[in-house]
Design a binder for this molecule. Sequence first.
Ligand code: C5P
Length: 298
Amino acid sequence: MPPVQLRAPAKLNLYLRIVGRRPDGYHELETVFERIDLADELTFEPWPDSTVTLTTDHPTLSVGPDNLILKAAKLLQQTAGVSTGAAIRLTKRIPVAGGLGGGSSDAATTLLGLNDLWGLSWSRARLKPLAAQLGSDVPFFLEEAAVAVGRGRGERCEPLRGVPTLWHVLVALPTALSTKDIFDDWDCAQAGAALTVPEGSLKILAHALSNGSLSELAQGLVNDLTPVAIRRCPLIATILSRLHEAGCPVVLMSGSGPTVFGLCRDESHARTIADSLRAKGSPTWTIHVVRTERCGGE
Ligand code: C5P
């Protein structure tokens, strides 16, 4: 069996509102995910016994049983009753704990890669419950859609069709933020206050996305976790303003941060802004020009 090689793309959250608290400790979300063309790479090779191994070029990432790739592999192996193993190699390009869903995408891609390597022929729908068990963002990466609305913990996804390709400048920082810490901080900041999410705001955003109109999008993009993430990492606020000053009409933090991005009119606008930030910003910022990544059949 030849090795299976797959890309594991990152996501941005174009919209993230907390609409409720749940008895299981999670938060009820309304979010919009966008798949982008910044991606890790995973290679899966057969292994004669049931062992699953993981190696990576990343200097500090754990390759132990806490890594979501190994959790995904074990979960599929046990659920499908597979007796063969795999050697998995990860080339890491997505910043770790940056709000870009890198670990979640790697986990979803592991389900897809091993489904293929082990000849299971499971449908994506059959893999989805496993994905949801692994993490709230994992099911999105099984959707055959570049943009999707996520509800529940974020795991109930519905594709949003007809969104034109978007161009972004993305600024990643050398700081890792834990999603759990950021949600916990949000709880403390709210201190049991009633949640007020304006009716129809997701509809307004979906409309703006289908137009691709930056001025409309400026009104619609929001991330409820930004203020608490800024308290832990004040540089987020600085970069949001720098992106704005550099000419991005719409700027936002992704997920639980700290990665920040700006929406641009087109590729050349994005490249001009990225060059200006590289010239004036700190060498510790990693600046990428990225765009929406389409899926096969879209
Ligand atoms: O689902 P996942 O393991 O990615 O979530 C990491 C942490 O983020 C959870 O333990 C929880 O504290 C928080 N979270 C949340 N509500 C969500 C998603 C995540 O409180 N909808």
